[in-house]
Design a protein around this ligand. Structure first.
Ligand SMILES: [Zn+2]
Length: 288
């Protein structure tokens, strides 16, 4: 049963336990629990998928995991470099646990280390030394299968889309895709990688033959096709509006004011994030 004691975990398919992050912004005291995280249990061991935005959140996930199973955690999969998905890694640090990420994740963690330490000291238990930001032990280029014991999960490293280090997890037993931040539902998608790449990757999701998709933020959609279409609609309209402005000789300032009006009503935290998306996309599209 999903209770606070079990970190509101829900078993959304046999052996797949899911914790939904909160729909709050980065200025919230609860910002360390905004990502969807969880784990997949095989016959031999467990793979944790993302660890939350603080060591405390990672510990809550670990404790909840221990109330479900005594099997060892053989893998922690970090789906990408954003703080809300990996600052909890230290809660799972053990010689028996390998951290797995995209081949570009080590560089991304290295590039963000100073930023994490400065901006997330509280989330990182600043009294604890040495600093506890873990880089992956194993990296994935292309595809890699992990065997949890009579349960295989496939990791796919993606082209630059949400970030330049997005990794998804596909559970072969239940035909479930843990898309993490390749898919946002309810909460506005946040672009840090490439708008062209992300549209391409979301369109690939649209034609996949999976039974369910777990997004990185927002509820698991009852109709995942509709959720994927909504994200394509937002990203494509953002791209079209910006391209039009660029074609007319307009500037970023114009795009910040005049884009997104048709989308605002559809997304949580729109005002906090849309303009950053515009800046990012504009910088990419003005060189086309
Ligand atoms: Zn993210």
């Amino acid at each position: 049963m999903a209770t606070a004691a079990t970190f509101n975990l829900t078993e959304i398919a046999p052996g797949i336990h899911f914790h939904q992050g909160r729909q709050v912004g980065l200025d919230s005291p609860e910002r360390d629990d905004i990502a969807n995280i969880g784990f997949i249990i095989g016959e031999r061991c467990v793979a944790v998928i993302d660890t939350g935005g603080s060591i405390a959140t990672g510990r809550k996930l670990r404790n909840a995991l221990r109330s479900v199973t005594r099997k060892p955690v053989c893998y922690v999969v970090n789906t990408h470099v954003h703080y809300d998905h990996l600052l909890g890694n230290d809660a799972f640090a053990s010689n028996d646990t390998q951290i797995v990420g995209h081949r570009r994740l080590p560089a991304a963690v290295a590039n963000n280390r100073t930023f994490f330490l400065a901006s997330f000291a509280k989330e990182l238990d600043h009294h604890k030394q040495p600093a506890v930001i873990h880089e992956p032990d194993v990296t994935v280029e292309g595809t890699r299968i992990l065997d949890l014991g009579n349960r295989k999960i496939r990791l796919d490293a993606h082209v630059t889309s949400h970030t330049d280090n997005d990794l998804t997890v596909f559970d072969l037993n239940t035909n479930t895709l843990w898309a993490s931040d390749l898919l946002f539902t309810q909460r506005i998608p946040v672009l840090n990688g490439s708008i062209n790449g992300w549209i391409e990757e979301t369109r690939k999701l649209a034609v996949s033959r999976v039974d369910r998709i777990i997004p990185g933020h927002g509820a698991i959609p009852g109709d995942w096709h509709a959720a994927v279409r909504a994200q394509i609609r937002y990203l494509v309209s953002l791209r079209n509006e910006i391209r039009q402005i660029i074609r007319k000789g307009g500037f970023l300032e114009d795009a910040l004011i005049s884009t997104g009006h048709g989308e605002k009503q559809h997304w949580l935290l729109f005002d906090q994030n849309h303009k950053r998306n515009v800046s990012r996309a504009f910088a990419e599209l003005e060189w086309e």
